[in-house]
Write a protein that binds this ligand. Sequence first.
Ligand code: PCA
Length: 208
Amino acid sequence: MVTLLTGFEPFGGSLTNPSWDAVRELATRREIATALLPCAFDSSLATLQAAIAEHEPEVVICVGQAGGRAGVTPERIAVNIRDARIPDNAGDQPIDVPVVESGPAAYFTTLPIKAGVQRILRAGIAAEVSHTAGTYVCNNVFYGLMHLIATELPNVRGGFVHVPFSPEQGYDDKPSMPVATIATALGLLVDTCHDTKQDLVISTGTLH
Ligand code: PCA
C-alpha cells in the first residue's frame, strides 16, 4: 500500500518548514512517496494532483506547519473557504472565496485520526485531534484533497496533519518539537492508516 506524504515549503518569513523537514525523513520508507507543495493557493493543489497521479497512493496525508501549536494535530474537518491573513508565496491573498465554487461547505477526514492520536500519545509525543485547519493554504490543500477524493478517487483515504514549529526556526517564545519527533509521530500515523480501517469511537477529549 503506497502512502503519499506531502510537506510545504517555508512561508511567512521562516527559512524552513518542519512539515517538509519531517516528511523528508520518512522518504526512506519503502511504502512512502513524498512531494513538496508550494505555499500558494492555486499551485499547491495542482502540485498535489500531479503527485497523486504519479504515485497512485491509497492513502494521502498532507502535512503543514501550525506555528504556536504544541503537539502534532491531525485535522478533522476541511472547510470550503479561502481567507488569507498574509499573501501566499505567489502574492495572492484571497478573502472569503471558496476553494471549490459550488462545492459542499466542508469535508471530514477519512483517516483514523483518533486511533492515530492515541498511538502517538502512547509513544510519549504530544498530540491532539484538531477541529480546524484554519482558512489559509493548508485548509485549501486539505479541502482540495478531500474534494478530489469525493469526486474522483473513491478508494483513496486522505487527510491533513498540522505540526508545531521546530526549535531551529528560532521562535523561542512559542512551543516547538524536534523534526525527528514530528517524523516519528507521522510514521505512527502512517502505520495506523495501514492497520486501522475503522477509527476509534471515543471522545477526542478522553484520548490518552
Ligand atoms: N502552514 C500554512 C500553509 C503552509 C504551512 O505549512 C497553513 O497552516 O495554512
